[in-house]
Design a protein. Structure first.
Length: 278
């Protein structure tokens, strides 16, 4: 009788241990890999029309739509996607550390970046441009001479424009593009410069609809790609196929119209996978 009692107790302890181990394993979250029922995706949280965290905690924008579509093709439902804020300066590190599986965050493909990460795409061809008031007479770069031009501290867009096209432009640097847009609305500045997609996203906000226009100057080519950890060619191939499908089934153009349309954004046709426009 005593032996059977000890054995029963031992069995109960063993079963409890197995149960605890199983529960512990079930709580383990995916850090970007395709297992575990979750996928972590890097986006911007502060760019209207591209990657924005809304007051209710949801996310919206073209990059968000692209990321959601791609994740869906990889087998993840929207509620299995965990969006992670990836600031420009930390994108390469976030991929190297495995913080995210991929990044869709106005991530221009450059030779310098390709030495550190791999890219799928491109999925959008953007250009440096100007945002001006709807009734502005500014239509070319030289019109900025004697005008007030706004950009953010650390950006080279305005400096390049000032050096090569409009040396007499009065450059104003602020902390965020939101400040530039507010200055444009109030008349404190005459134009704002950065990628046309970013400008269109800001101008498409409800509070600014119908007030601004893009000059359409195409001062540079910015090939937005999906960043992937260096050496992960399998994921790059899967994302490229997802992007091709997004274009072919009409989802890509629908996302462009929804996020940029209110700013009369004259988008380029969907770029071909692997073709970088210099």
């Amino acid at each position: 009788m005593q032996l059977r009692k000890v054995t029963a107790v031992s069995a109960a302890v063993l079963a409890l241990a197995v149960s605890v181990t199983a529960c512990g394993g079930g709580d383990k979250k995916d850090s970007g890999s395709s297992g575990g029922g979750k996928i972590k995706v890097g986006i911007k949280f502060d760019q209207p029309g591209l990657g924005l965290q809304n007051p209710d905690g949801s996310f919206s924008g073209f990059d968000v739509d692209v990321a959601t579509y791609v994740a869906g093709q990889l087998g993840y439902k929207p509620n299995q996607i965990e969006f992670v804020q990836t600031k420009s300066a930390d994108r390469e590190n976030a991929l190297a550390r495995g913080d995210v599986k991929f990044i869709a965050a106005t991530y221009s493909i450059t030779d310098e970046r390709k030495a550190k990460v791999d890219f799928a795409g491109p999925y959008l061809l953007a250009h440096q441009d100007l945002l001006v008031k709807k009734d502005s007479t500014i239509s070319k770069g030289t019109d900025l001479n004697g005008k007030k031009l706004c950009s953010v501290t650390g950006s080279t867009s305005a400096q390049n424009l000032q050096k090569t096209i409009a040396p007499k432009a009065n450059l104003k640097k602020v902390g965020t593009y939101s400040e530039c847009i507010a200055g444009l609305q109030s008349g404190a500045v005459d134009a704002v410069t950065t990628d046309d997609s970013i400008l269109a996203g800001f101008a498409s906000q409800d509070k600014y609809k119908g007030q601004f226009k893009l000059a359409g100057l195409k001062l540079s080519n910015e090939n937005y790609g999906v960043g992937v950890k260096k050496g992960d060619s399998a994921t790059v191939d899967k994302i490229n196929k997802a992007l091709e499908k997004m274009v072919s089934d009409g989802s890509w153009q629908k996302a462009v119209d929804k996020n940029f349309g209110p700013a009369d954004y004259k988008n380029e046709p969907a770029p071909k996978i692997g073709v970088i426009v210099k």
